[in-house]
Design a protein around this ligand. Structure first.
Ligand code: ATP
Length: 208
């Protein structure tokens, strides 16, 4: 039996004013883990931001659980967790305040998972700090922990191993291996090279 599609893209195209990034991309992503693979500048981040609804596609359609971005944008976006890893938007929040903000958006937020997530990502010593006090890697880990707890239907992780220590990479891989087995959430992660640690259900290859 094939799993039902959660995230659907039909003939999706995206261009910056001076060049085309991708054209007529069609996707039918079921629950589990999908990897976007591509070399430098191939469009991984742009594709993620189009799927989130932050960048407007130049053509095509997107739907999550049958809710179309062009018809019900707010309801579509409510189903998506994505944080630009470089954002400074949450810098003035403490780690618990950041998680509270995620919980306010995603009612299925799993508070009970936080201690294990913080431990697995070696964030426990930083658990009360404000985000601006954290290193790039620790901040990225807070956003990853937020994703893992949020319970969103679609989760987009841009280069999730970047700036992470080996033990956190192993932990993220284990968490994603668990999410590969469930039936309600799509996990899309972009990488320069498909990592051996991650068994993806689907791969979107943007080339080198
Ligand atoms: N705001 C922008 N305006 C114009 N071109 C852009 C813009 N942002 C990115 N680009 C270009 O679009 C292409 C795709 O960029 P994107 O960041 O999506 O690729 P990527 O695969 O995520 O790259 P990397 O792995 O280097 O982060 C690149 O050629 C990039 O230089």
């Amino acid at each position: 039996m094939t799993s039902p599609t959660i995230l659907q893209a039909a003939d999706l195209s995206f261009s910056y004013p001076d060049h085309e990034v991708f054209k007529d991309l069609s996707l039918a992503l079921p629950a589990g883990v999908t990897i976007i693979r591509g070399g430098d500048g191939r469009g991984k981040t742009s594709l993620i931001r189009v799927l989130v609804g932050e960048l407007k596609a130049s053509g095509g359609q997107l739907a999550i659980n049958g809710i179309r971005l062009d018809q019900q944008a707010a309801q579509y976006k409510q189903q998506v967790y994505y944080v630009d890893p470089r954002t400074e938007a949450f810098d003035q929040l403490s780690v618990p305040e950041y998680f509270a903000s995620v919980k306010a958006r995603f009612p299925a937020f799993n508070d009970a998972a936080l201690p294990e997530l913080l431990g697995g990502l070696s964030l426990t010593p930083h658990a009360e700090k404000k985000l601006f006090m954290l290193s790039t890697g620790s901040k990225r880990k807070v956003y990853l922990a937020g994703a893992f707890a949020a319970g969103a239907a679609v989760n987009l992780l841009d280069d999730p191993f970047a700036s992470l220590d080996k033990s956190s990479i192993n932990f993220v891989s284990e968490v994603l291996a668990d999410f590969a087995e469930q039936s309600k959430q799509v996990w899309v992660a972009s990488f320069y090279e498909t990592p051996a640690e991650i068994a993806a259900n689907e791969v979107i290859d943007l080339g080198d």
